[in-house]
Design a protein. Structure first.
Length: 141
């Protein structure tokens, strides 16, 4: 699932027009059907119940597609642009206004070398770990 997530995100970054088309067809072709079947098979063979398999696919695809879509539409790219935009937005804040936005902007987003896309793996780990814990709980029942 991890490899699939990175591969899909990479493909979507190269072909951002595909985000809206990937799952919109009412008559998917054999390659799409084989792909879905393989993903479902990996989860089922990994001990996921039928219901958890359905949830896992939904959660994973929502995260991957959503991340790719957000990444594509953000109004900044390079770390310098990110910091400039954050500074510009924060210049309109009153003293003590939006303390949590200020904190995340100054201590996280504006740090040297910050790139939004670097957070993909952390989010994916949270999801995969949560799914594994759910599968483990189901197996113990």
């Amino acid at each position: 699932m991890r490899q699939r997530a990175f591969s899909l995100r990479h493909a979507l970054s190269r072909h951002d027009w595909a985000i809206g088309l990937m799952e919109s067809r009412s008559t998917p072709g054999p390659a799409t059907l084989r792909h879905h079947d393989a993903v479902l098979g990996c989860l089922r063979q990994g001990g996921f119940s039928l219901a958890l398999t359905a949830h896992a696919v939904s959660v994973l695809d929502s995260y991957i597609y959503g991340f790719a879509l957000l990444e594509k539409t953000l109004p900044f790219g390079a770390p310098e642009e990110t910091a400039e935009l954050a500074e510009s937005i924060m210049s309109g804040f009153g003293d003590g206004e939006y303390p949590y936005l200020t904190e995340i902007a100054t201590a996280h987003v504006m740090r040297p070398g910050y790139t939004y896309g670097d957070g993909f793996e952390t989010g994916l780990d949270l999801i995969l770990n949560g799914l594994q814990q759910a599968a483990d709980r189901h197996a113990r029942r």
